[in-house]
Ligand binder design. Structure first.
Ligand code: ZN
Length: 449
């Protein structure tokens, strides 16, 4: 693959978020068509690019790997039932994420079942379903059993690579860990064509050793390489430097998707994730509302809106996300986990677009751009002031419920609407809490708590 034309196509497709490369497609690219944008788009598409920009030239597209149902659900008190997880997964499809990490199947038979249900029932928008596995045969088998029915299954294998983890968690040395990566990634790749490998605690690992680990994982069949800041320890400049170091030194790294995964222990998860994108990461692992263990994971809505608001700075790097679904998704996750969103939370907090100070209100009335860098409508706040009463139609009820995180089918909407009208005849205005009660009491109560 030393041909420069093929290499540059590969790079373009990689920047565009391509998942895998078909070597015959790359060789076909040499036959004189490389300069034609149209055929490039087709080739990138054929090579598996998740999105090809419509504007006539390829842009960088970041793959959004949502781990709300795995890393997010691991946070204290965030446990969801299988039915609730399926609801979230279907909403994530509407949001248009690229991958849903549905859980950790080896954790318990219940977890395996939930991931399997999600893999079987989640369809549309080309979404991939990932299952997490430690680097062991039994974990990988469980993950495969859970995700094999998905349209695009992914096995996500991880092994810690910092000396502190190797010594205290596994009591193995660096060479044994390398051997384990080789054997387990190869084993997983024999089951599934898309394999992500994560070096847990990568940011506290020796950088040269990390290069050897990733080189081994790629040679053994990994298609995505993830560099987690598991303990929320790094800072933007350092994380960016690590990505550049890896890109310059790991053989074969240009053939895989490079991924960032950050935690917010020092409040830098979003900044670190954006720094990784600047340094070539083309997948980011994120959660809704920044849900996650301890101080949480990187918040999807923050990264996506930062890229969207500052194309001048990030260089036209985009995502496939339908940002108008953010509010509904945020409210649904908050409601199902019982974990509230802080009012001043960026993007989705109740006050994120509220301007109360007089000087700000004055400016806003003259021109919203004085204090607003993005519109509330772009996140889904469009009908916030919609008052619900007996003159509201079924369509209006549906729209408001969607903003509150409920997508009802026709029958459910019919039931909810008749209850709504009955209540609206008794009182003038119906609050959001009452709307939610109408919907939730009309549904079956989940079996488990
Ligand atoms: Zn994590």
């Amino acid at each position: 693959m030393a041909d420069p034309a093929a290499m540059s196509l590969k790079q373009l497709a990689n920047d565009a978020g391509a998942y895998e490369f078909d070597k015959s497609t790359l060789y076909a690219a040499r036959s004189g068509k490389l300069k034609e944008v149209k055929s490039l788009m087709q080739l990138a598409n054929d090579a598996g690019a998740s999105t090809v920009a419509q504007s006539g030239k390829l842009k960088g597209v970041i793959r959004i790997f949502d781990t709300t149902l795995r890393d997010g659900e691991q946070s204290p008190g965030a446990t969801m039932t299988t039915e609730e997880k399926i609801q979230v997964a279907h909403q994530l499809v509407r949001l248009n994420v690229d991958t849903i990490e549905a859980g950790f199947p080896a954790a318990s038979p219940g977890d395996l079942l939930a991931v399997r249900e999600i893999a079987r029932t989640t369809r549309g928008n080309d979404v991939a379903i990932a299952g997490l596995a430690r680097a062991s045969v039994s974990d990988i088998d469980a993950a495969w059993e859970a995700v094999c029915d998905a349209e695009r299954p992914v096995i996500h294998v991880f092994l810690a690579t910092s000396d502190i983890h190797l010594k205290h968690k596994f009591n193995i040395d660096r060479e044994e860990a390398l051997q384990r990566v080789k054997n387990m990634v190869r084993y997983a790749r024999n089951l599934c064509s898309t394999i992500e490998f994560s070096a847990e605690d990568a940011t506290r690992s020796d950088w040269d050793y990390l290069c050897r680990i990733f080189e081994t994982a790629i040679a053994s069949g990994a298609t995505t390489i993830n560099v987690p800041d598991t303990v929320g320890y790094t800072s933007p400049q350092e994380y960016e430097a690590l990505f550049n170091y890896l890109r310059n030194r790991v053989p074969g790294i240009e053939d895989v998707v490079l991924s960032a995964h950050c935690h917010n222990d020092l409040g830098m998860a979003t900044a670190n994730t954006l720094a990784a994108i600047k340094a070539g990461a083309r997948q980011v692992e994120v959660t809704i509302n920044g849900l996650g263990e301890r101080a949480g994971n990187t918040a999807m809505e923050e990264v996506v809106m930062a890229l969207r608001t500052r194309p001048d700075y990030f260089g036209n790097i985009t995502t496939r996300i339908d940002t108008q679904e953010f509010l509904a998704t945020s409210r649904m996750v908050s409601r199902l986990t019982g974990i509230p969103v802080q009012p001043n939370k960026a993007i989705v907090g109740e006050n994120a677009f509220a301007h109360e100070a007089e000087i700000q209100q004055e400016g806003m009335l003259k021109n919203p751009l004085t204090y607003e860098i993005m519109t509330p409508q772009s996140i889904g706040w469009s009908n916030r002031k919609l008052v619900m009463g007996k003159h509201s139609g079924r369509h209006g009820l549906d729209a408001r419920l969607r903003q509150l995180g409920h997508k009802l089918d026709a029958d459910q909407l019919k039931v909810a609407y008749s209850r709504f009208i009955a209540l609206a005849n008794e009182k003038k205005h119906i609050t959001d809490a009452e709307l939610l009660y109408i919907v939730e009491s009309g549904k079956e109560t989940p079996a488990a708590v």
